[in-house]
Design a protein around this ligand. Structure first.
Ligand code: C5P
Length: 213
């Protein structure tokens, strides 16, 4: 069983997908973390073509170990054996991820890995193209959205940055995700649109869990 959750930056995809995976006992796939890992590599290795980096990189998404780890626990992101969980969340890497994600070769390499993961087991997979490209046969597709100002407000609170700069950066990334020629962000056929403006996480998770059941 695959549940695909797509939508723009800051719509609540990660929080919702993680909580939903924990509730259902499914595994959480953060596809954006893979693009971020390649974005980080591209910043470190400007001498190598990003598609080559995407093909060669060892990217592992590891569930946290320990007493609090559940099926949907936040994953550590390993890049060639290095824990880059924090390093991939900086604004510079957000920007680099959004740039490399527009390249066909990078997408082909990462989509292939994502499909291999999703081929077995139960997943809540989150990104921009899960329902359209990675898993078009997903049993349930959700398109999460929220008003731009609300998305920027949430992101700013989460990372402790000011709202205006987050909104500016978010607008740029949205623009690039929507207008790129390789797998642009759009609602997948059959996807249910859920606008999370004014809704809290528990409410959104409960609605999707009800749809699954
Ligand atoms: O979701 P997150 O913000 O972590 O993703 C980082 C960037 O990776 C996005 O801005 C988007 O450009 C790209 N991305 C993508 N396709 C996905 C997931 C992320 O193009 N499935």
């Amino acid at each position: 069983m695959v549940i695909a959750i797509d939508g723009p930056a800051g719509a609540g995809k990660s929080t919702v997908a993680r909580a939903l995976a924990a509730e259902l006992g499914y595994t959480y796939l953060d596809s954006g973390a893979m693009y971020r890992a390649v974005g980080l590599l591209a910043l470190r290795r400007p001498d190598v073509e990003p598609q080559e980096l995407a093909r060669g990189a060892r990217i592992e998404l590891i569930a946290h170990q320990g007493a609090l780890a559940g099926a949907g626990a936040a994953a550590a992101v390993m890049l060639d054996g290095e824990d880059v969980s924090r390093a991939i969340r900086t604004p510079e890497v957000s920007e680099a991820a959004s740039r490399v994600a527009a390249l066909h070769g990078v997408r082909a390499a990462l989509v292939e890995r994502q499909r291999a993961l999703l081929a077995r087991g139960d997943w809540v997979a989150e990104g921009r193209d899960i329902g359209t490209v990675v898993a078009p046969n997903a049993e349930l597709k959700i398109y999460l959205d929220a008003a731009p100002a609300e998305r920027a407000r949430r992101r700013a609170a989460e990372i402790g940055a000011d709202e205006a700069s987050v909104l500016a950066e978010q607008t740029l990334r949205d623009e690039r995700d929507l207008s790129r020629d390789a797998s642009p962000l759009r609602r997948a056929e059959g996807a249910m649109v859920l606008d999370t403006t004014g809704l809290d996480v528990a409410e959104v998770v409960a609605r999707i869990a009800a749809l699954v059941r």
